[in-house]
Design a protein around this ligand. Structure first.
Ligand SMILES: [Zn+2]
Length: 381
């Protein structure tokens, strides 16, 4: 593969911003930072733009009219992946909502096919899957369909189809029957348990923590809040330093000031951005069919027939822009969009920061925060 040099950029590195940087890209990896261009390298002048590690979205139900639960072929996932790459996302976890066994089998087969074929595609890479809410609390279903919820008696994790290669993450409510044992079983099978769609009390949350739960799905949404006399799931998650939280920064799911509250409360490496995007993302306002219901999208807000918010229509890029608009530094936002999700899913040795020997998954943003270049595995896509 030809070497590339990205020159004249403001690179967001773990220590802060490196002004007037040049980054050598060789064999799909980040080579020397600030080094001399190898002979014959292609030079790309980024004209003083910000260069960040590519975004990693661990909670994404689809975009451009394609719903992950409805996917039948790898091509459809590539279509989502192409759209995401255009918005700076370089890694994602297709996220399933509760559905039938048959649907799970069909979707996981397509995801497996995409994982095997994606290396030469100009798309965001699939790193695994997220099963959202199979084991959720029926009182906290949000837009999920409770008829497909399950409890845990011992074998239910094995009923979920898995990928031969990749991360498996699942959102669960620890207070359901068998919930604590479920956390332990998921850890034994190398899954990442995530607490969400829940109204568990503090004692149950502590038991889930002791069993190995370390992450919370969309902080504040589909959980009990933080009241000054009632801790709630959000209050617990905000104050438990070892717990990482994902947050939907669309300014609709969570008030902008509450986005700052979460940032102030959590250690720097424990808050991460997700899109929670649904199929209409990228298509604009209108009426759509989603998860067996009609949903409307008005001014970027989704609503189903039950009056619930039905996911978002943002991408990670919008979440990044939201936090930048709130005055948060690019280095801090970049941690939330790339480094922290990489660490959660165990990819931080190879992904998530601009450092020598990491994968060249990068995005350059112009002064308005729009991508001018996305690179996946050293290739401009
Ligand atoms: Zn979701």
């Amino acid at each position: 593969m030809q070497s590339i040099v990205l020159k004249n950029c403001r690179a967001v590195v773990p220590e802060g911003i490196l002004e007037n940087a040049s980054i050598v890209i060789e064999d799909g990896l980040i080579g020397e930072i600030g080094g001399r261009a190898p002979a014959g390298a292609e030079i790309i002048d980024l004209e003083d733009r910000l260069l960040l590690p590519g975004f990693i979205d661990i909670h994404n139900h689809g975009a451009v009219g394609i719903d992950v639960n409805g996917v039948e072929r790898a091509d459809e996932l590539f279509e989502i992946g192409r759209f995401l790459a255009g918005r700076g996302v370089t890694t994602w976890l297709p996220t399933l909502v509760p559905d039938s066994d048959e649907t799970y089998r069909r979707v996981i087969a397509a995801v497996g096919e995409a994982v095997r074929a994606q290396d030469n595609m100009p798309v965001a890479r699939i790193a695994g899957v997220h099963y959202e809410g199979v084991f959720a609390n029926t009182q906290m279903c949000g837009a999920l369909r409770p008829e497909f919820f399950r409890t845990f008696t011992g074998g239910e994790v094995n009923e979920l189809p898995t990928l031969a290669d990749g991360v498996h993450l699942t959102t669960l409510a620890p207070e359901i029957a068998g919930g604590i044992e479920l956390v332990g079983e998921l850890r034994r099978q190398n899954w990442i348990p995530s607490i969400g769609h829940t109204r568990a009390d503090a004692e149950t949350l502590e038991r889930a923590f002791a069993a190995g739960a370390r992450h919370v799905t969309h902080l504040f949404n589909a959980m009990t809040g933080a009241h000054h006399r009632e801790l709630g799931v959000a209050g617990w998650a905000l104050t438990k330093d070892e717990i990482s939280c994902e947050i939907i920064a669309d300014g609709i799911h969570v008030h902008p000031q509450m986005l700052l509250l979460a940032l102030h409360a959590k250690p720097a490496d424990r808050l991460l951005l997700v899109s929670d995007s649904v199929a209409p993302t990228g298509l604009g306002d209108g009426e759509y069919e989603l998860w067996g219901e009609r949903i409307t999208v008005t001014g970027g807000r989704t609503q189903n027939e039950r009056g619930s918010i039905a996911g978002s229509v943002i991408t990670m890029l919008d979440a990044v822009k939201t936090y930048l608009r709130l005055g948060v530094t690019p280095a801090c936002v970049s941690r939330m969009a790339s480094n922290n999700p990489a660490r959660l899913i165990g990819l931080d040795r190879t992904h998530g920061t601009i450092e020598t020997a990491k994968r060249a998954d990068l995005v350059a943003l112009d002064e308005r925060g729009n991508p001018v270049l996305t690179m996946v595995g050293g290739r401009v896509v």
